[in-house]
Design a protein around this ligand. Structure first.
Ligand SMILES: CC(C)(COP(=O)(O)OP(=O)(O)OC[C@H]1O[C@@H](n2cnc3c(N)ncnc32)[C@H](O)[C@@H]1OP(=O)(O)O)[C@@H](O)C(=O)NCCC(=O)NCCS
Length: 146
């Protein structure tokens, strides 16, 4: 049995894998490959694999120069949930954000994902904002680690 392997997005194959997970989980805000490429330059993106199978991905938005706020988001494809992979992705992202100097950690979930909201609340996040992006129909929920 192979364990989870989390790899930094550092090339086009992993961009494609990251995009696949993102767009499967957030069909209301699909990203083009060019948009993912742009995000990979700003953020730390990673993909999680079980053997050669893509099971999840993560985003760490590093703190800006004038604050110490980072965003950490874990995503696991529905067929692979409930086996600790989300927890591993989140723990790695949190450690990365702290190493980048973050004092405050934020995350974001879709209102339509009760698992995501429970996952974040169970890890100490509290809701700060709920909003609908222009052109979207499903609200996003922003949360901050208390
Ligand atoms: C949130 C999300 C990443 C969780 O992924 P996951 O792989 O199911 O996460 P885990 O398996 O680590 O944890 C899920 C639950 O399974 C339980 N679990 C963990 N390991 C387990 C195991 N080996 N066996 C059984 N249950 C287990 C955990 O206790 C956890 O319960 P909780 O949510 O009540 O805390 C996934 O649902 C997702 O991608 N949601 C959409 C994106 C999102 O909202 N992300 C949240 C932003 S951080």
């Amino acid at each position: 049995m192979t364990g989870l392997r989390i790899e930094r997005v550092d090339g086009s194959a992993k961009l494609v894998d990251w995009r696949y997970v993102h767009n499967t989980i957030i069909p209301t805000a699909v990203l083009s490959l060019a948009e993912v490429d742009e995000r990979a330059r700003r953020n730390r993106l990673a993909v999680a694999y079980l053997g050669e199978v893509v099971v999840g991905c993560s985003t760490v938005r590093p703190p800006a120069a004038d604050d110490a706020v980072a965003t950490v988001i874990a995503r696991v494809l529905p067929d692979h949930r409930g086996r600790g992979f989300g927890g591993q992705l989140y723990a790695r992202g949190l450690a990365e954000a702290r190493a980048l100097g973050a004092d405050v950690i934020e995350t974001c979930v879709l209102e339509s994902s009760p698992e995501g909201l429970r996952f974040a609340l169970d890890r100490g996040f509290v809701e700060t904002e709920r909003y609908v992006l222009p052109g979207d129909s499903v609200p996003f929920i922003d949360l901050r680690l208390a």
